[in-house]
Structure formats: C-alpha cells, structure tokens
Design a protein around this ligand. Structure first.
Ligand code: NAD
Ligand code: DAU
Length: 352
C-alpha cells in the first residue's frame, strides 16, 4: 500500500486514479477536504477495494501516527497543500500551517514509523514530497531555465511556504537519513482542476460569457505540464529516484498567459460556437502583487537519469482539457458553490 496525502485535490486525485489504473496496488488516500478537495473526483473508485479514503488533516499528528501504524504503507506521496498563489496573498496563515507545519508533522510521524521498520521494509520505504518550480523565484525572458541547483528565491507566501517544506524534507534526509525524494514541477493543467487557476477559470468564465481576466499585460510566462505527465514523472521518481535527490519535472511548453487564453478561446470557438469569438471576452485587470515574470524548467536530470519525458503536447493536452470541462458540467457545478463565488468577489472585485 502507498499513502497519498491531498488525494482529493487536482493533482492528487489524478495521481490516485492513474496509480490504480497503471500500478494497481492499494492506496490509502488522506485528505482534509478543504475547499480544494472533492471526493467526487474519486467517484469511479467507489466500489474499488484498492482505494481507501480517510478524511484527515495532516496537522492532526496523532491521527497521522495511527493511520501509519494501521495501514503500514511502503511509501508516502505528499501532495496535500494550500496551492493557490492569489489565496496566499489574501490569507498566508493557512499556507504556513498546512505547507510548513503540516509537512513537518508528516515528516516527524514518517520518521518515527520508518525508525521502527526493519530489513527490506526499512530499506525500500520512501517519502516523496511534491513541490513546485515557484521556489526558484522568477526568470527574465532570457535567463536559463531552473535546474535542480538554481538557488531558492521564493516570492509569494505560497512559494515561501513550499520552499520551507522542501528545506525540511532535505534536512530530514541529511540529518536522520529519512529516505526522501522531492519533485519540483511546473504549472499543471488537465481534468479535475478547481476553477480558480488560470486554465479552468478561463474555460468556466468563457462558457458563461463572463470576462476572461488577464493580470497585467498578459506577458508572464509559465511552463505547462499535462497532469498525466506529472503523474508518470512522480511514479518514475518513486521507482528509480536517488535518495535525498530533487528532480525538476516540466512540460517543455513555455507560453505567455495571453497565448494560453487565446488558445482556449480558439478551441471553444470550435467546440462551443455559441458566443464565438470568445476572445472578445478577454479583459486586462490589475496585476497580481509580486507577480513572477517567468518560470521555465530544465528537466534534463529526470530525463537522463530516469528516462522520463512528457508525452503530451500543449495543443493536444489543452484540447483534451477543454473537452473534459465541456463534458463535465455537473462536476463544475458541484465545485462552484457559494464559497467559490465569495472567492471571486475577494480576488476580482478590486481588479476592475
Ligand atoms: P489542490 O489545491 O487542488 O489540492 C490540495 C489538496 O490538499 C486538496 O484536496 C485539499 O483538501 C488537501 N489539503 C489541504 N490542506 C490539507 C491538510 N491540512 N490536510 C490534509 N489535506 C489537505 O492542489 P494541487 O494543484 O493538486 O497541488 C498538489 C500539490 O502539488 C501541492 O503540494 C502543490 O504545491 C504542488 N504543485 C502544484 C502545481 C499546480 O500547477 N497545480 C504545480 C507544482 C506543484
Ligand atoms: O508553477 C507551479 C505553480 O503553478 C504551482 O506551484 C501552483 O500551485 C499553481 O497554482 C500554479 O501557480 P500560478 O500562480 O502560476 O498559477 P495560476 O493558474 O494562478 O496563474 C497562472 C498565470 O496566469 C499567472 O501568471 C497568473 C495569471 N492569471 C491567473 C489567474 C487566476 C491571470 O492572468 N488571471 C487569473 O485570473
């Protein structure tokens, strides 16, 4: 059995579904079900005995200890986090709690559990920490891409909290020998992403003929990674990664935000012609404070050491993603409740 934290969120639920399909061994899925967690993401596993879900906060240390003891996992894959940069600007406290204190709790309980293991179980145990390229800070358009040796320079409360958690993971390997692995990846997109992040937000707004808000001049650049490729990258690191190492995972798809939004509009013009051309909804709004200019990933290490590379092209991945949202209006309805609308007021009202 593997233990996954945050497995009801966007990447975590894609990872659990992918794991059950490709590897097929049991998963203990621990998630606090914050606004970002959604058990409906896992509906297809309802009658699958290989998936065991526990609603649990990683801040609850006794509960984490008990779950480790009862389920005896061979690995922990740690996704649980507060993940949205804009929310971290409006309320950084939750980010420090979950991302820093929560990761610390998990490391402490993992260390105690691992210390009690013996033989092959001890040798083969892994703690894989899922992190972000944002810990490396911001690049100019001509800087070389982030490598695993790029110094940390986080700029938002979100990225600072993730950087802190990465440092704790590193220290637990260095000091206690805990068999850790860390992955730092770029912007994910794909099915089941909560519509607060750029791509699903733009699809959701366009389908309602609402403004498509572009922060600043729309020239900020992100590297886009299809979520299925992220899942296979994590599996490769878990299987073959060297202990204590970090691996960058990227999609080889640098785009500026305006290009991304225009590409979504073009796909919608074909698949949902009502309201075309959707580009007319593009609206430039007040920038995000401290907005990082560019992220880019040098993924040579994972490619050369572990023979992993992304399989999805941005154009095909984006088309699949838009189609998924068009085909899953019930899922979208389920997650865009009153709390979601309150968030839109908090984040967008003073940007006009
Ligand atoms: P998400 O916000 O969609 O999901 C996070 C999940 O964690 C939710 O299910 C939530 O309920 C759960 N959670 C939050 N606090 C918790 C707590 N205290 N205890 C237990 N569960 C809790 O996030 P995501 O986009 O799926 O990101 C997953 C991980 O990948 C995060 O660690 C994030 O930093 C990292 N990451 C994300 C991206 C991206 O583009 N989305 C890119 C790089 C790295
Ligand atoms: O780089 C990896 C990171 O990618 C992850 O660690 C984070 O968890 C994830 O949220 C994501 O962070 P970003 O801030 O890059 O993602 P977001 O979708 O919020 O924004 C992408 C870009 O689009 C960014 O430059 C801000 C811009 N944007 C975003 C929103 C929500 C807009 O222009 N308008 C918007 O309404």
């Amino acid at each position: 059995m593997i233990l996954v934290t945050g497995g009801a969120g966007f990447i975590g639920s894609n990872f659990v579904l992918d794991w059950i399909k490709t590897v097929g061994t049991p998963v203990l899925n621990i998630d606090a079900l914050t606004y970002a967690g959604n058990v409906a993401n896992l509906a297809s596993l309802k009658n699958d005995a290989r998936h065991h879900f526990e609603r649990c906060d990683i801040l609850d240390r006794p509960a984490m200890a008990a779950l480790l003891k009862t389920h005896h996992p061979r690995a922990i894959i740690h996704f649980a986090a507060e993940s949205h940069v804009d929310r971290s600007i409006h309320g950084p406290g939750a980010f420090v709690q979950t991302n820093v204190v929560g990761t610390f709790n998990l490391l402490e309980e993992a260390r105690a559990y691992w210390n009690d293991l013996t033989g092959d179980e001890k040798k083969n145990f892994r703690f894989l920490h899922v992190s972000t390229d944002e810990v490396y800070g911001s690049l100019s358009p001509t800087d070389p891409a982030f490598s695993e040796t790029t110094p940390y320079a986080p700029n938002s409360p979100y990225s600072a909290s993730k950087a802190a958690s990465d440092h704790l993971v590193r220290a637990y390997h260095h000091t206690y020998g805990l068999p850790t692995l860390t992955t730092n990846c770029s912007n994910n997109y794909g099915p089941l992403q909560f519509p607060e992040k750029l791509i699903p937000l733009v699809i959701h707004n366009a389908l309602q003929a609402k403004a498509l808000p572009i922060y600043g001049d729309g020239k900020n650049i992100r590297d886009w990674l299809y979520v299925g490729d992220h899942c296979s990258g994590i599996r490769a690191v878990l299987e073959k990664g060297r202990l204590g190492e970090t691996y960058n995972i990227g999609g080889n798809s640098e785009k500026n935000n305006l290009e991304v939004v225009k590409a979504i509009c073009a796909i919608l013009d074909t698949h949902h012609p009502q309201g075309a051309p959707h580009e007319k909804l593009i609206t430039f709004v007040k920038d995000r404070p401290g907005h990082d200019q560019r992220y880019a990933i040098d993924a040579r290490k994972i490619s050369q050491e572990l023979q992993w590379s992304p399989q999805e092209k941005f154009e095909t991945g984006l088309a699949k993603t838009v189609t998924w949202y068009l085909d899953h209006s019930d899922w979208v309805k389920g997650v865009t409740s009153g709390a979601y609308r309150q968030w839109l007021d908090v984040n967008y009202d003073d940007r006009q």
